[in-house]
Design a protein around this ligand. Sequence first.
Ligand code: ADP
Ligand code: MG
Length: 274
Amino acid sequence: MANVRYHVSLRSLTHVFQDSRRALTALADVALDVAWGQFLTVIGPSGCGKSTLLRIIGGLLRPSEGEVLIDGAAPVESQRRRDIGLVFQDPALLPWRTVLSNVRLPLEIDHGARDRTAPSPEELLELTGLADFHSYYPHELSGGMQQRVAIARALAFDPSLLLMDEPFGALDEITRSAMRYELLRIWSAGGGAPSGAEGRPTRRPHKTVVFVTHSIPEAIALSDRVVVLSPRPGTVRAAIDIELPRPRTQEMERTAPFLDYADQLRNLLKEAPA
Ligand code: ADP
Ligand code: MG
């Protein structure tokens, strides 16, 4: 398994939404590699195909053309092994279940699939700072807390790949900027998934994350690498390595290197509208 160089590899990816009346090209000729354990963010204007891209990587949508490899195989393979965790803007919790029982839900639906080494739902609540709220119902939690539950639930099978589509997009600005550091803490503490299907002990330093946002500071603060998409049809306009030290802190957002990255991204995002 370690001989697969990239965790995620996309080649010549094009997606056209077609119905009886029209064809809409959402993504055009996208190429992208995501290294094992990398935190990669895709940024681009609304409607440029970010969610489409993430759904294709997650095996929820088949691309019209091109190749998608996750750990060297089709996304459905990773999906079958429960090796992909998904978090969307809407936490989509079941209102009649407590926090703990929402986090347990994937395991109840699919008993056999949990790796022996996966953390228990209780451990996931500890990791996401929810231990004291295990018996709360979703409506009793703030938006940020609800999104933590969604993150804990996405980690139930200890996936090696986490796909996040604007997970903090519905939160107020203060909560949103705190949540990015909370996510980094969880990412650092959560460890990598076992690399072998048989639970071989080789552990990677981190889970691989593909994160979608249209917030520039969020992209910089979180990422090892930021990929900028053009307006629809989305193509890769640039990829920028963020060489800020880790752990990242909120104070870093005011430093010159951070602000330089922000300028660079802002220019790339406004260049040559389609
Ligand atoms: P983003 O997440 O970057 O805002 P999306 O990937 O959601 O963009 O959408 C890209 C384009 O594809 C948009 O023009 C959107 O209207 C269109 N689109 C998305 N999903 C569908 C669908 N199921 N059927 C038809 N068009 C779609
Ligand atoms: Mg979207």
